[in-house]
Design a protein around this ligand. Structure first.
Ligand code: TRP
Length: 329
């Protein structure tokens, strides 16, 4: 990325600059083979987001059972003035996992950042969102980074201007284990620097029935999203998963404070991925995702360990979801 920046010079205002894929082509194969070889088979959730997966995820966000998106949108709308005062004008707004950038649109309108740096693993979602934002906010510099935020990324040079603020909505932080979240927050603390801040959307602990419904929707969109990971392995890695022999399974693990998503093998079977073969017992699962839930205090403690002070927190009216305003200490 640094090289591209030097070659083409600094981006002008109101222009979209696209930083091409920094996701290694082979990493999907290696990660999938490694994960399926573990005693508890796992697949990393970042591979959910191919073009079809990104569309299915956007459909999940519109489901009536899936409350987090609605709650976060309404709490952001309801507290926009305060959020803007917390961040200040002319910042560089970096967003990790920007997807369709629906929530960012609200923030950009209210904060008037000097630059917006959306980072997303899905090239399609990133290009569509950047094009829309360019039309809607012609004055804004957009530096779109097609990459994997779970690894350290060099943020393009322009972002040295103004206060750096990292926006991490959607409770994506819940998809990391607490240990991974700690390491992630340490990394972002380094990226924003001593004057920096973060806005982090975090799903709260709540009635397990509500959680269960959110991850087991009646129309089966979440199931299709989960199973798409196997379809993607079939498409891209020469796999032969029979999707009728696996079923979506999500439950709340109260001891660990997290929703776990799995794919259950409905019978004893074996599956090939390229030249590898994996055996499944009936009922054996592939663990595909965690979605950890944090009380306000729990999340503030996690942030404090990484060098952030929980300065502000905004909740929706029903108290289901939290947006944390963190400042570097
Ligand atoms: N981060 C969100 C969550 O944990 C969104 C999400 C990721 C999600 N993967 C999902 C939602 C699978 C439903 C199903 O809730």
């Amino acid at each position: 990325m640094a090289r591209e920046q030097r070659r083409r010079g600094p981006p002008r205002l109101g222009q979209v600059r696209f930083f091409g894929s920094v996701v290694a082509a082979d990493s999907f194969r290696e990660d999938a083979i490694a994960g399926l070889s573990l005693p508890q088979k796992t697949l990393p959730p970042k591979y959910f987001y191919d073009a079809r997966g990104s569309r299915l995820f956007e459909a999940i966000c519109r489901l009536k059972e899936y409350y987090p998106t609605r709650c976060e949108l309404s709490l952001t709308r309801g507290h926009l003035g305060e959020i803007a005062r917390f961040v200040g004008k002319n910042c560089t707004l970096v967003e990790y996992g920007s997807g369709d950038s629906v929530k960012s649109r609200l923030l950009i309108g209210a904060l008037h950042p000097a630059a917006y740096v959306p980072v997303d693993i899905s090239e399609d979602a990133l290009r569509n969102a950047s094009d829309r934002l360019r039309r809607e906010f012609p004055w804004l510099s957009i530096l779109a980074v097609n990459g994997d935020f779970s690894r350290p990324l060099k943020i393009p040079l322009l972002t040295r201007q103004g206060r750096r603020v990292i926006y991490f909505p959607g409770s994506t932080i819940g998809n990391l284990t607490p240990e991974e979240a700690h390491a992630f927050l340490r990394m972002t603390r380094g990226q924003v620097g001593p004057e920096g801040a973060m806005l982090v959307g975090v799903d709260l602990k709540k009635d397990a029935n509500l959680l269960h419904a959110a991850y087991n929707d009646a129309r089966g969109v979440t199931a299709a999203f989960n199973l798409n990971l196997l379809a993607r392995i079939n498409r891209e890695l020469k796999g032969d998963f029979d999707l009728r022999r696996f079923r979506h399974y999500a439950f709340y693990n109260a001891a660990l404070g997290r929703i776990e998503m799995h794919l259950v093998s409905l019978r004893r079977q074996s599956v090939n991925v390229g030249r590898y073969r994996f055996a499944f017992e009936a009922g054996e699962t592939i663990h595909t995702e965690n979605s950890c839930k944090y009380s306000v205090e729990e999340f503030r403690a996690l942030a404090a360990e990484a060098g952030f002070r929980g300065a502000k927190v905004w909740l929706d009216r029903k108290g289901l979801f939290a947006l944390h305003g963190l400042v570097a200490v």
